[in-house]
Design a protein around this ligand. Structure first.
Ligand SMILES: [Mg+2]
Length: 415
């Protein structure tokens, strides 16, 4: 079953997406997500210039061989651009194989281990009353686990905290201020402020207030966006222990995996890391020393279903679970792939889910559904996602960057 076409499709229905569409000689079509937020066109060029010419004429059934061919064959291994490109090819080939089999993809990954993927949503508010409203809104939407981000006194804006000033289209065409995406995107990055000491003083009181208001059962998550030193991370984890977090995410910039030892020695708050990791090698120390509890890599950025399933199997040896990154810049193709993988693997933990905008869903028409706090894969053969190119072409690419983060003295900081 030869590959006869591979089209790199760039569009911006609600936000920018890079989609790879592979077509075979007998007319089977598979989709892969190659969206790398803020660097979309680098992946599109990598695919068009260096991958598509190698795909034409190859047997679409050779998923593992194609993965190895693109990974080892590049010589320059790893990295987000390379691995997002490989992910798109891999996902599209899995989509095709499942369509040929006439089965939803999860059936090829071992079948269901659970009804659906438990999700968490994002609640945020500059102040407590707004945060409480946002938590209640997400509970009404069906979410059973909730990530909490808040403003910090003295800082004018904080990444991950929604404000009505940065509205985007809401889910299902209905926009409320709690559907607004917290990240402020613009043609030149917005500059935000950061003060770690103010943040560390403020956050424990927020979680205490939320526990007092919502009780002990609601699973709560929090993201520190790579901003802390190891000792600050240890202090935060320790100070949040009374509030029984489901996880604390990205406490340090994890290029230096060894620093997680220091954090781990000081706190029993569960740790999640890896949304910017893209290969199994990035996790080796973290897994083998059991320094984390949840793996954050998504299908889109970690070499596709083949790459991520290998990471999850490795994680399972150390009782580490999945916690797949699910921002709206992972397209419905990438999310569908995560949901099929999530219902199949034995060590599923939780799936991040921010609803896509109505225009995004109109273009991709995903068959997964959100029900009772779960994402449930559709029963259509393959991934269960399509791509309306005519509609997509009415949303051309727009440069859009995430904010950058500066300390109060003006110097750049991690996020
Ligand atoms: Mg995160």
């Amino acid at each position: 079953m030869r590959i006869t076409a591979a089209d790199v499709l760039v569009s911006s229905p609600g936000r920018n997406f890079v989609t790879l569409r592979i077509t075979t000689e007998d007319g089977m079509v598979g989709l892969g997500d190659a969206t790398l937020n803020g660097r979309e066109l680098a992946v599109a060029a990598y695919l068009s210039e260096h991958v598509v010419p190698l795909l034409l004429g190859r047997d679409a059934h050779l998923i593992e061989d194609t993965w190895q061919y693109l990974y080892r064959g590049a010589y320059w291994r790893r990295g987000p651009v390379t691995m997002a490109s490989i992910a798109a090819v891999d996902t599209a080939l899995w989509d095709i194989k499942a369509k040929v089999a006439g089965l939803p993809l999860y059936q090829l990954l071992g079948g269901r281990s659970r009804r659906g993927c438990l999700t968490y949503g994002h609640a945020s508010g500059a102040e407590l009353p707004e945060l409480f409203d946002s938590i209640r809104y997400h509970q009404e939407q069906g979410y059973r686990a909730i990530r909490i981000q808040t403003g910090v006194p003295g800082l004018s804006s904080v990444y991950g905290v929604a404000s009505s000033a940065n509205a985007t289209a809401g889910a299902g065409g209905v926009t409320t201020r709690y559907d607004h995406e917290p990240a402020r995107r613009s043609a030149v990055p917005v500059e935000e402020q950061w003060d770690t000491r103010a943040y560390l003083r403020h956050i424990p009181g927020i979680f205490e207030a939320v526990r007092n208001e919502f009780g002990p059962e609601l699973p709560l998550l929090h993201d520190a966006h790579h901003r802390l030193t190891p000792i600050q991370a240890a202090k935060l984890g320790k100070s949040l222990e009374p509030y029984d977090l489901f996880w604390l995410e990205d406490v340090t910039p994890a290029e230096n995996q060894a620093v997680l030892r220091r954090v781990r020695e000081h706190t029993t708050t569960p740790l999640a890391i890896g949304e910017v990791f893209n290969t199994i090698w990035d996790y080796r120390e973290l897994f083998e020393e059991q320094l984390i509890d949840y793996v954050r890599s998504p299908v889109t950025h970690a070499g596709g279903i083949t790459g991520l399933r290998r990471i999850f199997d490795y994680a399972a040896v150390y009782q580490i679970k999945s916690g797949v990154h699910g921002p709206t810049d992972v397209s419905p193709v990438g999310l569908a792939a995560a949901v099929h993988l999530g219902v199949a693997i034995p060590n599923f933990g939780i799936q991040e889910y921010m609803k896509h905008s109505a225009s995004t869903d109109d273009v991709f028409q995903p068959s997964y559904r959100f029900e009772d706090g779960l994402l449930i894969p559709g029963e259509d053969p393959g991934l269960g996602v399509s791509y309306d190119q005519v509609l997509a072409d009415s949303f051309p690419y727009q440069a859009a960057y995430l904010p950058v983060n500066r300390l109060l003295d003006g110097s750049m900081h991690d996020w």
